[in-house]
Write a protein that binds this ligand. Structure first.
Ligand code: G6P
Ligand code: MN
Length: 446
């Protein structure tokens, strides 16, 4: 089985590779093709993966490519995890946001829209190339903002593109951890919304919903990341567990204030942290170890500004253990490749599962995966208090797609001005101007 990783020179490639190395099933991935625009990173990544595979029998072969057309033929699965304009682009979005007093985070508000506007033309081209050269392949999209990117790609690939994110399963694992329960086949999660904008509403263990037990105990709530971020009182008032990215909505003013005084935005910090990593990894004998160290450092500082604004201390080690990203990817591939039924929270076309959104809207909900793909489980429900935000943000995503696919500048303005985190049309106009003059990628918005 052949896996093509677009953006394969990216930092999270070894995570996916670790899941492949753990997989001992017959019919597992035997061939990995890394594709990246950066040949140096590809070279270093190939060395990291070789170091990581040291001593593992039957590790998949790894090839590197700067031309996607060389890599795609024969692909069974295509992972896409790219960052158009790189980490510097992410930093620019944050700076523009900051200068107008709005959030510039890579997936939320202005930052998410700007990032999508420069990413969509590239991923649409990729979708068409996959359709031409590997029409039977399944595309697993990691590229952020994952919901809107998946929806745009689905206009070419239909249900053959599936978006994934580790935050819903991470939240569920942490909540289960407070009960001493591990996530497994006996656990059924109810989660609904859009990517980075959803709520965990039930956690059934052997058929019994244990979420009320978590919610009843403030100490339990505040023992893990999301509980600390939002506070037990607010979570108890909601009666559901919010995705961590909702912190930007619920505590907007506080995050913006903390952001003003933060020595670095997230991306600015990562530009330096990652530059150090690539320099070390390129030169050292055991680059996989260097990767592990760098990853731990990156995870420990995740959402630092939000945590500062909530008065939280250091990030708990248990909150850092992911087991999300790579495991979701592997479970999804296995489900499809070996018809191994699995229940996963994925970004897929709605097809009637969530009331109030049309069939083609990509939503993040529990799905059953089998050889025919990912099937949304009907009956997922966004809590009443979230319906307005979900509807508004889906409208924003649609306008963003309209802008990118048709060079429609008015649609870009509608997207920005209607986002719940942009509070004035004047600001929306200024944001669009700044994004256009900072990114040549947006020249299509004439
Ligand atoms: C989580 C989100 C991803 C996002 C990542 C950012 O895992 O689910 O969508 O890419 O955080 O982490 P970073 O270290 O880049 O801030
Ligand atoms: Mn995510």
């Amino acid at each position: 089985m052949k896996l093509v990783m677009i953006g394969g020179g990216g930092f999270r490639t070894p995570l996916v590779h670790s899941a492949l190395l753990r997989d001992r099933e017959p019919g597992r991935v035997t061939e990995v093709a890394l594709v990246d625009v950066d040949a140096d990173r590809l070279r270093t990544m190939a060395r990291i993966l070789a170091d990581q595979a040291e001593g593992v029998p039957d590790a998949p072969t790894v090839s590197v490519h700067t031309d996607v057309e060389d890599a795609l033929p024969g692909a069974d699965f295509v992972f896409s995890a790219i960052r158009v304009a790189g980490m510097e682009g992410r930093a620019t979005d944050e700076r523009i946001g900051q200068s107008h007093g709005v959030i510039g985070q890579e997936t939320v508000g202005f930052g998410g829209i700007s990032y999508a506007l420069r990413t969509l033309p590239t991923v649409m081209e990729l979708a068409r190339t996959v359709k031409r050269l590997a029409p039977d392949a399944w595309v697993i999209n990691f590229t952020n903002p994952a919901g809107v990117v998946t929806e745009a790609m689905s206009t070419v690939l239909g249900e053959r593109v599936i978006g994934i994110c580790d935050s819903p399963i991470g939240l569920a694992r942490r909540a289960l951890g407070t009960l001493g329960v591990q996530h497994g086949p006996d656990v059924e999660l109810e989660y609904a919304g859009l990517n980075h904008l959803g709520w965990l509403t039930a956690v059934r263990v052997d058929g019994v919903d244990r979420l009320p037990e978590v919610l009843a105990d403030a100490g339990r709530i505040e023992s893990f990341e999301e509980g600390k971020l939002f506070g037990a009182e607010w979570i108890q008032a909601l009666g559901a567990l919010p995705n961590e990215y909702l912190h930007y909505y619920s505590y907007r003013r506080d995050v913006l204030q903390a952001d003003q005084y933060a020595p670095h935005t997230r991306a600015r910090y990562l530009v330096e942290q990652q530059d150090r990593f690539w320099a070390v990894a390129g030169a050292c004998e055991h680059p996989y170890r260097a990767w592990q160290d760098s990853r731990n450092e990156r995870e420990a500082s995740y959402m630092a500004t939000n945590r500062d604004s909530a008065g939280m201390g250091e990030r708990d080690v248990e909150d850092m253990t992911s087991g999300g990203y790579e495991d979701v990817a592997l479970a999804l591939m296995r489900g499809i490749a070996y018809d191994q039924r699995a229940r996963l929270i994925l970004n897929v076309r709605n097809r009637g599962a969530l009331a109030g959104l049309d069939d083609d809207a990509v939503v993040e909900i529990p799905c059953i995966v089998d050889a025919a793909g990912a099937h949304p489980i009907p009956g997922a429900r966004v809590p009443d208090f979230g319906l307005g935000t979900v509807t508004a943000v889906k409208y924003v995503e649609r306008q963003t797609i309209q802008a990118a696919l048709h060079g429609d500048r008015a649609a870009a303005l509608r997207a920005l001005a209607h986002h719940p985190l942009v509070d004035s049309v004047r600001v929306a106009r200024a944001l669009l101007e700044d994004a256009r003059s900072s990114f040549p990628h947006l020249s299509y918005l004439s």
